[in-house]
Design a protein around this ligand. Structure first.
Ligand SMILES: [Zn+2]
Ligand SMILES: [Zn+2]
Length: 437
């Protein structure tokens, strides 16, 4: 299969799911991250299934119990909107632990099928640390113990290492990760079926390492505000049913079609660099400089691309058997901002966004699904051109580094924001990877 054939077959997509977000009980999150607001925003986005996030937090779990009820399909829904957004119980845990003499910091997403199981896990975790201080609690036990705890508390669960490449808090992160999944999870490895690629990496980057072939590569938004849900998500062709979704994640041929992705260069840790020094470097440049910042002389924060190259055993053109389709997406609010030539999510952007999702279709459908011909006449020519450029991957990007998001431009030279050093994509998913090395 060629990479350019790997686009999502939208006619087969039955639902889109975003399984990793945070509630208003997590640090630095919007007050709007509540079941009710998520229910509404997910509809505007075109997402049918949302992870609740943060079920480990006692007050949030209480809120979920009050607001939600079980639907016949095994998901939860708002009591007063039984046809609305589906929810599954998800949470993210931060494990900071010493393992064979080295400190590791790993984030993991856990998803269970029932409120009772969520309560059991919360009660168990409460004995091991503080579950109330943060929606994403921190524990000092090894990551593999979390798999065991979830396994012993739930009949039907998923444990998914989160944003596996980010430098500071992830399974393979340059700062405190591991060099193999077995080293981290040992005998619990067999219970891991999926890996979350995170905003700064996309499936082709993960295909470069054969050790990941047997895992389903999932993508979620990790959103802290409702505007950001669905910026990465998963597309399913199975029926809308919790058990079917779990099965499809474990065995993609049962209905996991592929993922919606950020352009990985837009992620905060794609390249290497120092944010405060204003230094962004490709992995090749970092190596040439001996890993030290040309401005301050201290070690650079090594990003995701660099770390992928360190662990990978294939070149960037490899498409393994079983590789799933994916599509790069830029949130509609960002496309609108650039089309309208404004810097932020202004009133004008908000009004236009609301008009589009109300009058035409939910955001993901407008961005990915609806034929361009159909959009003509209802959207401005400039906006349509932006959407087309996004769909075909014709964008310029100044890569993200050391916690700073990348800057993306859909309109090439008209944009003043993107520096001359930006990577020019030509609409060929393969071409951009070449320019990185
Ligand atoms: Zn995380
Ligand atoms: Zn520096």
């Amino acid at each position: 299969m060629r990479k350019d054939n790997l686009t999502i077959p939208w006619d087969k997509v039955r639902f889109v799911a975003d399984l990793h977000i945070h509630s208003n009980y997590s640090r630095a999150t919007s007050q709007e991250m509540t079941p009710r607001r998520l229910n509404e925003y997910a509809k505007m986005k075109g997402i049918k299934v949302m992870g609740t996030g943060d079920f480990t937090h006692p007050l949030y779990l209480k809120e979920l119990e009050e607001a939600l009820e079980k639907a016949p399909d095994g998901f939860y829904c708002l009591k007063d909107d039984p046809q609305g957004t589906r929810f599954c119980l998800s949470a993210e845990i931060s494990n900071i632990f010493s393992w064979h003499g080295k400190t590791h910091r790993i984030h993991m997403v856990i998803i269970v099928s029932d409120l009772k199981e969520a309560q059991t896990i919360q009660a168990h975790l409460k004995r091991l640390g503080n579950v109330s201080s943060d929606g994403r609690p921190i524990f000092g036990f090894p990551a593999k113990d979390l798999v065991r705890i979830v396994r012993e508390s739930s009949d039907n669960f998923l444990v998914i290492p989160a944003h596996i490449w980010t430098p500071w808090f992830s399974l393979f992160g340059a700062k405190s990760g591991f060099d193999s999944i077995e080293e981290c999870f040992e005998e619990e490895t067999e219970h891991i079926y999926a890996l979350e690629t995170g905003l700064s990496s996309d499936p082709p980057m993960n295909w470069m390492w054969s050790a990941l072939d047997r895992f389903t590569l999932v993508s979620n938004s990790d959103a802290h505000s409702p505007q950001k849900i669905g910026r990465e998500a998963n597309c399913f062709s199975c029926e809308l049913d919790l058990e079917a979704m779990f099965q499809a994640i474990r065995e993609p041929q049962k209905g996991f079609l592929g993922t919606i992705e950020f352009f990985p260069e837009e992620g905060k840790y794609h390249w290497d660099g120092h944010r405060l020094c204003g230094v962004a470097l490709s992995p090749k440049e970092t190596i040439r400089l001996g890993g030290l910042c040309p401005k301050c002389g201290k070690p650079l924060t090594v990003g995701v691309m660099h770390r992928v190259l360190e662990l990978s055993d294939r070149d960037e053109s490899t498409v393994p058997d079983g590789a799933l389709p994916f599509e790069h997406l830029i949130p509609l609010s960002e496309v609108l901002q650039e089309a309208l030539g404004v810097k932020s999510f202004s009133k004008r952007v908000r009004q236009e966004y609301e008009r589009i999702v109300k009058e035409i279709a939910p955001e993901i459908d407008v961005l990915c699904r609806i034929p361009i011909e159909t959009l003509k006449g209802v959207l401005s020519e400039r906006l349509i051109q932006g959407i087309l450029n996004m769909r075909e991957g014709r964008v310029d990007i100044m890569p993200g580094h050391d916690g700073e998001y990348g800057i993306i431009s859909l309109y090439g030279s008209d944009s003043k924001d993107v520096k001359k050093t930006a990577i020019k994509k030509k609409g060929n998913k393969k071409a951009h990877q070449k320019t990185l090395f």
